[in-house]
Design a protein around this ligand. Sequence first.
Ligand SMILES: [Zn+2]
Length: 259
Amino acid sequence: MSDSPPSLTRLRDLGFERAGRVEPRHASISIAIDDPAVQCASPVLYAFVVADEVMYVGKTAQTFGGRMQSYCTPGPTQRTNLRVRDLLLEVIAGGQAVTLWVWRDPGTASHRGLVLDSAAGLESAVIRHLQPPWNGGKRGLGTSSAQIGAPASHADSSAGLVPAPAPTPSRGPRPHRVGTHAHRILALLASLASTASERPQGAPRAIGWCDDCVADRASIVPRQTVNITARKLEADGLLLREKQRCPRCGGTKICNRLA
Ligand SMILES: [Zn+2]
């Protein structure tokens, strides 16, 4: 677990205000916006927040309400909208609340008579600073990141996952890196499979860990994210989940190992 204060604290310091919340609706989501004035704001930065941790930061030049609508009814080729919508659904299914925060560009920054796009500048700075996990950030990975570095290569060709590229310093296309949690889980389990000291004497080679231990070691919050993601990976044939004695914590729980 990270010792640093929740990233929402920093987001508020930066001037983000609470704007609403995400709710389940049929097979998708709906977004309840607190203040109708925010609905029409543009441009804005927005953030999805779970348990006081910033999960995703985005910017839109559309109205805020219009941008949120495209998360609720994503088109079949809108990969970012689909991916973030599915992550939101997973969190809600796990019983967590998702709140929505915005920063409205006052449009007052200029340089020698030219109006500057403060939202764009702040977006890349915020993502670099907070490293939200759904933007592909490493926040919470902790000191064991080297150990769980490279994802298992077979994860990339299955399950529609896209390999997470090395973090780029700032500009360029927005870091829409897919399957961060899935990659972390698979990479951790792959590292266990190849590390003799992580398993007891005589245990099968591919033994895995329970969701709690995976969440702890991979620093994935909220913890339910591991459960949800691992069940998806199981459905995609990448993981096996069986009740057994977790070699790390000793509890008899559902444990994950690579398929
Ligand atoms: Zn365990």
